[in-house]
Design a protein around this ligand. Structure first.
Ligand code: HEC
Ligand code: HEC
Ligand code: HEC
Ligand code: HEC
Ligand code: HEC
Ligand code: HEC
Ligand code: HEC
Length: 394
């Protein structure tokens, strides 16, 4: 259901568009040299609006900088300078993240970027220390999704930071800082660029620029509705004697069945999405990174915390209300009552429909047998007298 491309494209870090091409075998997979040649021919001077002291854009500013991977997909290494300059990481030099690149021109890249590494160039203005995402990283590592960057097998099914985040643009809905505000700040600060950067940085957070409910449901569903992934984990848990929540297998389809899910599908923002229940309201931005299973007493979905969780919105909720299943299904081993209620309702509706159709069939055949003709004219379709005197038409 989820189209990862459309979900993330607008936020894509250095615009990494991967276009699948027809599978063909490429004898020379590393077309790098040729491609550099091609890209240099495609000279186009792009003005970077951030400082590129490391000179990465000498090569990476070219739109045609692509390569065909081993499995036949086109991979782009193009960094759009104009887009990058409007993203939250615009002030982070390329090699603070791509720290494994030690020389230029660089070799083939095998390692990835770790999101817990310390920035060499950016300090946290509040503490004066080198900036890092360590706090978030530690919360994430303790969560159900915590894993190392480079993992294999079953672990790699879990989301790493870049599964959920690319390099977002500050506020996609705002073209730029409003002039009347900038003018006012510049009055004292005298530097337009300083003011614009601070404005964008702060306004994203003050305006609460974040995912909509649908986007959150899409994000979680991209894995939790993937049958193969679910089966792998159910099997793995059974083999290793690990516990999984009762709703693990049906989390998404059951949410879609719930009242909340239906409202979200209609585009309503005020109802509960996955994170309204699975993350705490208090310190929300940290809490989304420490999702715990419902069997953990610290989870807002734990049975002892459920009333509080529902009360965020249903102010008069009590333990009865909180007992309502937020992941309802009609499966025999889950929603027993609904399972049989649905069976009975099905039966009743089949009998009713069958009965109605049956009755009208009897009537029709009865009339035909009596010789009454079927005609669509003047209001009634039954004309002519009955042969047997049992006249049904007035
Ligand atoms: C001389 C041109 C050149 C310069 C300068 C350059 N690159 Fe590259 N870069 C390339 C080429 C060519 C590729 C594709 C390599 C390949 O396919 O093996 C690439 C690929 C990459 C990749 C992706 C590799 C992957 O497979 O995921 C990253 C990341 C990268 N460069 C980062 C940087 C950074 C950071 C800088 C600046 C410090 C930089 N590059 C400077 C030419 C360059
Ligand atoms: C905030 C950290 C960060 C900064 C700053 C950053 N990158 Fe990246 N870059 C990443 C991540 C994360 C990836 C995804 C690949 C991975 O996980 O290693 C990536 C991927 C890439 C790729 C490969 C695209 C692909 O399809 O795999 C290129 C090329 C690249 N970066 C170039 C640059 C250049 C040039 C700059 C500076 C203008 C830069 N990056 C700045 C984090 C960063
Ligand atoms: C399962 C998905 C998921 C994973 C994995 C994840 N995040 Fe997040 N993150 C979110 C959501 C959801 C938000 C809330 C903002 C929103 O809705 O876009 C958020 C918010 C943030 C913010 C606040 C952004 C702002 O504009 O104020 C930062 C910073 C952040 N995450 C960093 C990280 C880092 C670093 C990691 C890896 C250690 C990580 N995230 C892993 C889903 C995730
Ligand atoms: C009346 C003059 C004035 C106006 C208008 C003004 N500032 Fe300031 N600003 C200051 C002074 C003076 C300081 C430093 C002293 C302080 O902390 O009060 C400062 C500090 C700051 C800092 C902290 C810088 C640092 O590195 O510590 C930021 C960021 C900032 N202002 C942004 C803005 C923005 C954005 C606006 C417009 C919305 C704005 N200012 C409007 C006078 C002003
Ligand atoms: C990249 C895939 C992926 C994404 C995206 C993802 N999850 Fe998960 N999730 C997993 C995997 C894999 C597990 C681990 C199952 C296991 O322990 O074997 C898991 C476990 C969980 C568990 C605990 C299950 C249990 O019974 O122990 C919960 C709760 C959960 N995720 C909720 C969410 C929510 C809410 C979101 C959206 C913000 C989300 N997940 C996004 C892959 C993902
Ligand atoms: C109204 C609150 C609510 C909403 C909305 C919600 N959940 Fe849940 N979720 C719960 C509760 C409570 C449980 C524990 C149910 C049980 O075991 O009986 C649970 C269980 C789960 C489980 C099984 C693992 C565990 O912790 O027991 C997963 C996985 C999960 N939810 C994912 C999701 C996803 C993905 C979404 C969004 C598509 C979502 N949930 C929406 C409240 C909610
Ligand atoms: C983020 C807000 C939010 C949270 C948290 C939340 N709900 Fe809801 N829920 C809503 C909204 C909005 C509706 C729409 C109907 C309405 O206005 O009453 C709704 C409707 C319902 C309905 C449909 C019937 C009714 O009473 O209106 C049930 C049942 C329900 N929620 C149960 C729960 C349970 C149980 C929990 C806790 C596990 C919970 N909700 C948590 C926002 C929320």
């Amino acid at each position: 259901m989820i189209n990862k491309k459309t979900l993330y494209l607008s936020h894509r870090h250095p615009l990494q568009i991967q276009t699948a091409v027809q599978k063909r075998s490429y004898p020379h997979v590393f077309l790098t040299a040729l491609l550099i040649g091609l890209t240099l021919l495609y000279i186009q001077d792009v003005q970077a609006s951030f400082s590129d002291d490391e000179g990465c854009l000498i090569c990476h500013k070219y739109p045609r900088m692509t390569r065909v991977t081993e499995d036949g997909a086109i991979r782009s290494y193009y960094v759009m300078p104009g887009v990058f300059a409007n993203t939250v990481h615009r002030n982070v030099p390329c090699r603070d993240c791509h720290s494994y690149i030690k020389e230029l021109p660089h070799r083939e890249v095998k390692e990835g970027v770790q999101c817990n590494s310390e920035c060499h160039s950016v300090k946290n203005p509040a503490t004066g220390k080198q900036f890092s995402h360590k706090g978030i990283y530690d919360a994430y590592k303790g969560s159900v999704h915590g894993r190392e960057k480079n993992t294999q097998g079953i672990e790699s099914d879990k989301p790493y930071c870049i599964t959920c985040h690319t390099n977002p643009i500050y506020d996609p809905n705002e073209a730029g800082p409003p002039k009347h505000i900038v003018d006012r700040c510049v009055l004292c600060h005298e530097d337009q660029k300083f003011v614009e950067q601070w404005y964008k940085h702060t306004s994203r957070r003050i305006r609460d620029v974040k995912r909509s409910s649908e986007e959150i449901v899409q994000l979680c569903s991209s894995c939790h509705e993937d049958k193969k992934l679910i089966d792998r984990h159910v099997k793995h848990a059974a083999e290793n004697n690990l516990e999984l929540g009762k709703k693990f297998k049906v989390a998404v389809e059951s949410y879609e069945e719930s009242f909340h899910g239906k409202l979200t599908n209609y585009g309503f923002q005020g109802t509960a999405n996955c994170l309204d229940c699975h993350a705490k309201e208090d310190n929300y931005y940290k809490s989304v990174h420490e999702i715990r299973p419902s069997r953990d007493p610290l989870s807002p979905t734990h049975k002892d915390n459920r009333v509080e969780t529902c009360k965020r919105c249903h102010t008069r909720a009590d333990s009865n209300y909180a007992g309502i299943d937020p992941h309802p299904t009609a499966l025999a081993d889950d929603g027993v009552f609904r399972h049989y209620a649905e069976k009975i309702y099905d039966l009743i509706s089949y009998i009713t429909i069958l009965g109605l159709v049956g009755l009208s069939m009897f009537e029709t055949f009865g009339r035909r047998r009596d010789g009454v003709a079927f005609r669509l004219r003047k209001g009634t379709s039954w004309r002519r007298k009955s042969k047997r005197g049992r006249d049904r038409v007035e």
